[in-house]
Design a protein around this ligand. Structure first.
Ligand code: CP
Ligand code: NVA
Length: 304
C-alpha cells in the first residue's frame, strides 16, 4: 500500500486503514524475518538518518531494518553535517533529496522536521522531536495488537509526563479506537490541540490521579519524567512519588494488564524494577517492534 502522505511527522497524517495496514504489515515482516524469509524490497534504496539527539533504539532499528530490506542507511550526526556551520535546513533537505530515497531525522524543535519535509522531494520521517514520536506509536500499537489480539475498545492508562510520546500515542489511539486516560501533574498535560482533534473518536481523560487513570486499564504506559530536551533539573520532584508506576499501582489495573515503556527507562523513578522486569512487562517486545513497524513504514511511504 502506498500511503497518501509523503511524510510521517506526528501520526496525524495516517488514516485509520493506513495505520492498521502498517501494524499488520509489521506483524507479517516479523514472521518472515523469524522464518528466514526476508525479501530485498528496498534494494538500492538509501535512508539518510539525521540525529540532533542521542538514540539507541531508533538508530539501530532503522539501520538494521534498511539492511534487512536490502537497502542502506547513513547515520548523520547533525554536528558533523554542514548544518553545524549554518548551512540551512532547507538546503540540507534539497541536497539529501538528490542522493537518498528517504530521510529520517531526530530533532529538538518540531519546526525543523516540518522545514525538512517542505524542502525535500523524498519522504521524511520524524524519529522524535520535542513534540511527537510517531514511530514509537507504531511499535506500541503493534505490540498491543500482538498481546491483546485487538485494539478497538481497549483502555490505555498513561501515567507521568504528557510528552512527545504521549502526543503521538493519542493520535494512534484515536485512529485505532483505544480509549486513553492520562494522569499527569498539573501543567504536564499533553498538547491541547492533539486532544481536541482526537476526542471525537475515543474517550480521552486528562486527570491528576494515577489511581483513577489506571482503573480498568488493559495497558499501562509511562515514560521518563525528564526527556532529552528538558533542562529543568528539578522536574522530577513534581512527579515523585505520586506518578511512579510500581507494584502497588499496577495492581489497580486489570489483572491481565500489560506494562509498556518506550525506553530508555530510569528505574526507581517513573517505574520500579519490580514492574519493568516483572511478568506484566512487554518492554523488550515493544523495543523489538520498532524494527518491524519501521520496515513496514519505509516500504509503505516509498509505495513499493
Ligand atoms: N524509544 C526510543 O526512541 O529510543 P531511543 O531514544 O533509544 O531511540
Ligand atoms: N520522551 C523521551 C522519549 C525518548 C525515546 C524523550 O524525548 O527524551
Amino acid at each position: 500500500m502506498k500511503l497518501k502522505t509523503k511524510d510521517l511527522l506526528t501520526l496525524e497524517e495516517l488514516n485509520n486503514n493506513e495505520l492498521s495496514h502498517i501494524i499488520d504489515f509489521g506483524i507479517k515482516l516479523k514472521k518472515e524475518l523469524k522464518n528466514g524469509k526476508t525479501k530485498p524490497i528496498l534494494k538500492n534504496k538509501t535512508l539518510a538518518m539525521i540525529f540532533q539527539k542521542p538514540s539507541t533504539r531508533t538508530r539501530v532499528s532503522f539501520e538494521t531494518g534498511m539492511f534487512q530490506l536490502g537497502g542502506h542507511a547513513l547515520n548523520l550526526s547533525s554536528n558533523e553535517l554542514q548544518l553545524s556551520r549554518e548551512e540551512s535546513i532547507e538546503d540540507t533537505a534539497r541536497t539529501l533529496s538528490r542522493y537518498t530515497d528517504i530521510i529520517m531525522a531526530r530533532v529538538y524543535d518540531h519546526k525543523m522536521i516540518e522545514i525538512l519535509s517542505k524542502n525535500s522531494t523524498v519522504p521524511v520521517i520524524n524519529g522524535l522531536s520535542n513534540s511527537f514520536h510517531p514511530c514509537q506509536t507504531l511499535a506500541d500499537l503493534m505490540t498491543i495488537k500482538e498481546k491483546k489480539k485487538k485494539l478497538q475498545g481497549l483502555k490505555i492508562a498513561w501515567i507521568g509526563d504528557g510528552n512527545n510520546v504521549c502526543n503521538s500515542l493519542i493520535y494512534g489511539c484515536s485512529k485505532s479506537g483505544i480509549n486513553i486516560s492520562i494522569a499527569t501533574p498539573k501543567g504536564f498535560e499533553p498538547d491541547r490541540q492533539v486532544i481536541k482533534k482526537s476526542k471525537m473518536n475515543i474517550e480521552i481523560e486528562t486527570i491528576t490521579n494515577p489511581e483513577i487513570a489506571i482503573k480498568n486499564a488493559d495497558v499501562v504506559m509511562t515514560d521518563t519524567f525528564t526527556s532529552i530536551h528538558n533542562i529543568d533539573t528539578k522536574r522530577e520532584k513534581k512527579f515523585l512519588p505520586k506518578f511512579q508506576v510500581n507494584t502497588s499501582l499496577m495492581k489497580k489495573a486489570k489483572t491481565n494488564a500489560i506494562f509498556m515503556h518506550c525506553l530508555p527507562a530510569k528505574r526507581g523513578h517513573e517505574v520500579t524494577s519490580s514492574v519493568i522486569d516483572g511478568p506484566q512487562s512487554v518492554v523488550w517486545d515493544q523495543a523489538e517492534n520498532r524494527l518491524h513497524t519501521q520496515k513496514a513504514l519505509l516500504v509503505s511511504l516509498l509505495g513499493i
